[in-house]
Design a protein around this ligand. Structure first.
Ligand code: C5P
Length: 243
């Protein structure tokens, strides 16, 4: 019985502005992906990490991880095995390629976005523990501070009509790592590969199978680095941790 972490890191990160693939951009001098690998490595439950690299960037990523893990001072060498595989066109494809690389003795899996480099180890441990205790699917989540509207989307720049206001107290913003019994996530990916799209996270696919997904408390520092302002925030969090 082993728990593996899959880190999809194949995205281009266009919303962040032009430049290298998002996971390879640096935060306080260290690539975002290296921060994410360290976050998974610190979790007690995780004994294998599969990094899903940009489709043509697996060698570069392998090199980068070697460089950063062997040069890092203070025993920062990963205690875990790290595999690097090339990713796909969509996040879903990338996760599926990561799943395909898992050895047979893995029975639980955490899927963690490289774009959430600063997730605290306690959050990772809480997700892994809930899966170990028998939950088929677990997501860390936080209450939503903004009121959220549903709209009829328009692409012509005109005002979008509001079609509804979900009750805020029932909404949660979900983060990663999302944790799964491996059988459950593998079945979900098989199903959705056939069915298609419109799903933006792994738990969403599990919900489509009619399997229960539960929520554990997320953490503010597990935010996704998506837009330029997020880089400023991430570096501020790192500076505070180092202080
Ligand atoms: O685009 P988004 O912010 O949802 O991406 C979330 C995570 O999925 C990122 O870590 C990104 O690198 C990864 N991803 C991927 N393969 C893709 C697209 C995104 O691994 N084709």
């Amino acid at each position: 019985h082993r728990t593996a972490a899959i880190i999809p890191a194949a995205g281009r990160g266009l919303r962040l502005g032009p430049g290298a693939p998002k996971a390879l951009r640096t935060l306080s001098g260290t690539p975002m992906l290296v921060h994410a690998v360290r976050a998974m490595d610190r979790a007690r439950a995780v004994s294998l990490i599969v990094v899903v690299a940009p489709p043509d960037g697996a060698d570069e990523v392998r090199h980068l991880l070697d460089e950063h893990t062997s040069l890092a001072p203070g025993g920062e060498l990963p205690a875990t095995d790290v595999l690097v595989v090339p990713g796909g066109e969509t996040r879903q494809d990338s996760v599926r390629l990561g799943l395909a690389a898992l050895p047979d003795d893995v029975d639980a899996v955490l899927v963690h976005d490289a774009a959430r480099p600063l997730v605290p180890v306690d959050t990772v441990d809480a997700v892994a523990a809930a899966v170990r205790e028998g939950a088929p699917a677990v997501v860390p989540a936080l209450p939503v501070p903004d009121t959220v509207k549903e709209v009829e989307p328009r692409t012509d720049g005109g005002p979008e009509p509001v079609t509804g206001t979900p009750e805020r107290s029932r909404l949660r913003a979900v983060q990663t790592p999302q944790g799964f019994a491996l059988k459950v996530l593998a079945a979900a990916h098989e199903q959705v590969a056939r069915e298609g799209d419109g799903v933006t996270d792994d738990a969403g696919m599990v919900e489509r199978l009619g399997i229960e997904v539960v929520v554990v408390p997320g953490h503010e520092e597990a935010f996704k680095v998506t837009r330029p302002l997020d880089l400023v925030l991430a570096e501020a969090v790192i500076a505070r941790r180092r202080a």
